[in-house]
Write a protein that binds this ligand. Structure first.
Ligand code: 5CA
Ligand code: ZN
Length: 414
């Protein structure tokens, strides 16, 4: 699939430190020094049945900070993202509104592209739809089936759906670290079917769904049907990034079952290698007291704010005001404050001279390398702006240096 146009990332006069991020699997910070100079990152993409909301935007901006922090440290980045362009929620929405599911997915994916471009999010090098990756996904399902890690559960039409057996993976549970009780509690809420008759373990997850009347289906090496959710990301990540890549990312609602299952399936298909080195998760953005979600409909859309003349840089600055790992609630005040701050930062960087920039540039790169602390990086720039607007003008051209680091490291066009 086509991604979206890349914004320029200006070269910095200094290098940032190596990057540390919080890994959900080990529960601590890990330093991510990519082997061979190229960091490899997979971030789960959207299920395109509704418009990009600020929760999505916040998650993709978080991983954009990681992408930029690696680049600031002198590394290259190979970035892959999927689009879940066929799955139950998408088909259900299309069915409910009478829209063609392909048209719905294309429309919302295109809106996502324009939102990401407006927010200056660096595009993935490989933007891969599940439909276009079907042979790849089927091939991983086949490997799992042939290794005895999958089994058939009969369905209404007499065919069998293929399920992944979680007991095939001795390391199952190591991504989330959750107890079995907690897994059982949450599995059904996040696309799982713990109560389906015929399963060997309630936590076993769907690998391949046999054709259902009225639903799209494709011929494949594992029969006619369509893939289950988790295996799409196992297969797409392995194909485009290889084994043991640096970061598997997404929002914290993907820790379990999605990232647990994706890793498990890839590792059972290839027991010699880990799926990813670190599992990184962004916090959930809420609206009106509840997690912003397409299924609940409590959304603030990036496109709606843009249509109401909010500047994308202000939206991005509002998102950067919250640490990526925290859960937070969006309010209109976030945007108003960001608009005021943006105006102040711009006024300061346009001064011909300002407060010394070197320590600020270093502080921005350091705080971002230390688990992507964007709020602290923004505070450092804001303090510089205060000093400059207060009349400190010891460094000619300081504003240009500040604008450079804000652009390269924070994706902020001042
Ligand atoms: N297609 C799958 C991943 S393979 C999926 O989860 N799609 S999604 O459209 O539901 O979510 C896309 C990304 O946005 C995921 O990383 C998800 O964790 C994140 N996300 C969804 N809702 C929120 C929210 N309220 N706050 C922060 N991130 C969110
Ligand atoms: Zn995914």
């Amino acid at each position: 699939m086509r991604a979206w146009p890349a914004p320029d990332v200006p070269a910095l006069p200094v290098r940032g430190p190596e990057v540390q991020v919080f890994d959900s699997a080990t529960g601590g910070l890990v330093e991510l020094v990519p082997s061979g100079g190229t960091a490899r990152m997979y971030v789960c993409g959207i299920t395109p049945y509704d418009a990009t909301h600020l929760g999505h935007a916040s998650t993709y901006v978080a991983f954009d900070l990681l992408n930029r922090a690696w680049r600031s440290a002198g590394h290259q980045v190979r970035y892959v993202q999927n689009v879940t362009d066929v799955d139950d929620p998408l088909l259900e929405r299309a069915h409910a509104t009478g829209e063609d599911w392909v048209a719905l997915a294309e429309r919302e994916t295109e809106l996502f592209r324009t939102d990401m471009e407006a927010l200056r999010v660096l595009p993935p090098d490989h933007y891969v739809g599940v439909v276009e990756a079907l042979p790849l996904v089927a091939s991983m399902v086949e490997t799992l089936r042939d290794s005895g890690s999958a089994y058939t559960v009969p369905n209404e039409s007499g065919d069998g759906d293929l399920y992944f057996s979680v007991t095939a993976d001795p390391t199952f549970g190591s991504v989330s670290g959750w107890s079995r009780e907690r897994m059982l509690e949450i599995f059904g809420e996040r696309g799982g079917d713990p109560d389906r008759a015929g399963k060997k373990d309630p936590l076993d997850c769907l690998l391949w769904l046999a054709e259902k009347p009225g639903d799209p289906a494709w011929d494949s090496s594992v029969g006619r049907g369509r893939p289950g959710w988790h295996v799409e990301c196992s297969a797409i990540a392995r194909e485009h990034l290889g084994a043991d890549f640096d970061v598997q990312g997404g929002g914290s609602d993907l820790v379990f079952p999605h990232h647990e299952m994706s890793a498990s399936q890839a590792q059972v298909a290839d027991p010699e290698h880990r799926f990813a080195k670190a599992y990184v998760h962004a916090g959930m953005v809420a609206l009106d007291g509840e997690k912003m979600s397409k299924s609940k409909g409590n959304l603030e859309l990036v496109s709606r704010l843009r249509a109401a003349n909010a500047e994308p840089a202000a939206i991005r600055l509002a998102l950067l005001g919250h640490h990526y790992r925290s859960d937070w609630e969006w309010t209109a005040a976030d945007l108003e404050q960001a608009e005021a701050l943006l105006a102040r930062l711009r006024a300061a960087v346009r001064r011909p001279a300002g407060a010394p920039s070197g320590p600020i540039v270093a502080a921005v790169l350091e705080t971002l390398a230390a688990d992507l602390n964007a709020p602290q990086a923004v505070r450092a720039i804001s303090a510089w702006a205060d000093a400059t607007l207060d009349g400190i003008d010891t460094e000619p051209g300081a504003g240009e240096q500040i604008a450079l680091v804000a652009d390269a490291a924070l994706g902020l066009a001042l």
